[in-house]
Design a protein around this ligand. Sequence first.
Ligand code: FBP
Length: 539
Amino acid sequence: MNMTKSALQIARAAYQPKLPKALRGAVAVKEGEATQSVADQEAIKNLFPNTYGMPVITFEDGVATELPAINVGVILSGGQAPGGHNVISGLFDGLKSLNADSKLYGFLGGPSGLIDHKYMELTAEIVDEYRNTGGFDIIGSGRTKLEETAQFDKGIEICNQLGINALVIIGGDDSNTNACVLAEYYLQKNTGIQVIGCPKTIDGDLKNNMIETSFGFDTACKVYSEVIGNIMRDANSAKKYWHFIKLMGRSASHIALECGLQTQPNICIVSEEVEAKQMTLGDIVNNIAETVAARAAEGNNFGVILIPEGLIEFIPEMKVLIAELNDLLAHESDVQKALQGLTATSAAVYASLPEAIAKQLTLDRDPHGNVQVSLIETEKLLIEMVKTRLAAMKAEGKFVGKFAGLGHFFGYEGRCAAPSNFDADYCYSLGFNAAKLIGAGKTGYMSLIRNTTAPAEEWIAGGVPVTMMMNMERRHGEMKPVIRKALVELDGAPFKKLVENRATWAKETAYVYPGPIQYFGPSEVCDQPTKTLQLEQAK
Ligand code: FBP
């Protein structure tokens, strides 16, 4: 194994993440009022009789008490997000602060490690190798869903074998929903195994009144914004290309919006607006072509457009087509046969798409049966369609310039970046705090760190019951309890900021070049939270 480290890696390993004041010593638990789920209270209460209604808790300074050693198992679930290793190092240090003989086990390759009993003990030596690094490679991640009681029972077996008293599941909305189902089951069965969740996803869609942001969003957006800024400088130097940049984020457009606010592109598409205005693919193409023509009229044959990864599923006619394909392909693996089942309208939409894109819509589904939007080249689809539209406008004398489109997709480039100071501190605190929740005997809670636009030492630490974030949604034809996903709010401050400025940004070349993430230097350069967080918390 190549253990050569970069100079930055070596220097960064020594960074000591900042912890909120409240977590630095022994803690006392302050309980709030009983809570309710965000909707469907009766249904959720019936499904979670033991974990429903628990109070939000806050940690305050407490008196040190002797706790027995605690053994904990940790699982990384779903897509990588910068800072996962710091959640684990925070958890490790937090457990050791409760009792030096506590042990941490990592389940390998995601939730399947728990079911298949694949694990390793995370010793101080191993954890130290991964402090402040990106990636999930310390134990690996996976997308196996924990939802069957047989899986839960396999979990009990291995926990009993290793003397594990608690599990920490680091994941997105689905994984944390499943963590809560597991917590409820383990309580009902009186196993004594606690389950705590941690909010992870670069997509930024696991947030609500309590969870201010999911970890990884800050770093990923900063990495993408750096590269977008570099492309903008290139575009403004060469003045001959329109760059169509697709940005990750399975369904919500938080990443595209945040990168838009950081860099001020000519166009930043927000899927949630497309859906609300029922815009067709043709409408989107026309809007882009008009902006290209308006800039060309002033001699600017270049520009930058940000496209959210999930856009295709928010365009009404595409949404219907994709839903039909999801159903048909679930029962028929022969694509040609499946296509024959499309309704006449969807068949016409399908036929109107460039062949390569149409084919991408029929590729393998993810474990949830959804189309894998990261594999659909929306940026290329738009370039082709805008080119055709501009040719027609040219013939009508409405476009006088030149158009050359270049496509990019930024996603995997940012998911394993070395965490920014914000994510390094936030993740370490989430992990350390999870240990305190375990020490306080809690289960069915998500680790909660609030007040995150203030300096880290003023952050508020505690826990929020997962049931509080749930509602009932139809999944695979059945009503299921799930954590409500946070899409971009069209009346929220970040989107309003875009709307206030976008006409100017479309016309002028108002690019901002954020540059690379800085790990050392003045706080205003190194510790800025995202624009999204700053605007939302300024309310
Ligand atoms: P999570 O929701 O699990 O954090 O993953 C999000 C994400 O990074 C999306 O932005 C993207 O669409 C998807 O994962 C890609 O999945 P995969 O890693 O399986 O290619």
